[in-house]
Design a protein around this ligand. Structure first.
Ligand code: UZR
Ligand code: MG
Length: 202
């Protein structure tokens, strides 16, 4: 099993890079696991309290469960991946049955921030976009897909996203094997990663 970690700040283009990489793979060859699925269960808090949670701090992620699940997959076992709700800011009661596959891609802003999980990756990719590009994408996404308004997104960006990015995300660039710039459309880097995957699959 080949485990690929893809990180980068919010709005950096991780999801797009993942989509491009898996484009040439068959469904039964690849799992995509999002760090977002592994936010800690916050059912003990009210919704008002959950909204105030710092979701960009490594503390908010259940890394133990994520590492345990990756080890299970590696051992050939099926896992029950948690399912997260962005509107509820909480883990749901549902789980997603996930089978072991030849390629497992783990995607998320903080996945290089924890040594145990960093060690699990065969290939580490950091997706870079300038912070203004990231803010633009984040604004568009949170307003259109996550029901936030302009003031809320900007407030969160200044008070949380930016400082957490500088403290916990940007420094993990040094762990990357490959850094993909996504200010513009990039096909060469994706081709390289696809070539490595194909090489490993045969
Ligand atoms: P990506 N996030 C939410 O907006 N709501 C939640 O309930 C949980 C997480 C955000 C999180 C982080 N920060 O910046 C982003 N906040 O999801 C990570 N607030 O997702 O890598 O796709 O941008
Ligand atoms: Mg994403």
């Amino acid at each position: 099993m080949l485990i690929i970690g893809i990180t980068g700040g919010t709005g950096s283009g991780k999801t797009t890079v993942v989509r491009q990489i898996i484009d040439e793979l068959k469904n039964e060859e690849v799992d995509v696991i999002s760090q977002d699925s592994y936010y800690k269960d916050l059912s003990h808090l009210s919704k008002e309290e959950r909204v105030k949670t710092n979701f960009d701090h490594p503390k908010s992620i259940d890394f133990d469960l994520l590492v345990a699940h990756l080890k299970e997959l590696k051992a050939g076992n099926t896992i029950q991946q948690p399912v997260y709700s962005f509107t509820e800011h909480n883990r749901t009661k549902q789980t997603l049955e996930t089978q072991p596959r030849k390629v497992v891609i783990v995607e998320g802003i903080l996945i290089f921030a924890h040594p145990d999980i960093r060690e699990m990756f065969d290939i580490k990719i950091y997706v870079h976009a300038d912070s203004d590009e990231r803010l633009i994408r984040r604004l568009k996404r949170d307003i259109s897909e996550r029901g936030r308004d302009l003031d809320e997104v900007l407030w969160r960006y200044q008070t949380t996203l930016k400082p957490m990015h500088q403290q916990f995300i940007e420094p993990t660039k040094e762990f990357a094997d490959i850094i993909i710039p996504t200010n513009r459309y990039n096909t060469v880097a994706v081709d390289i990663v696809q070539t490595i995957i194909k090489d490993r699959l045969t």
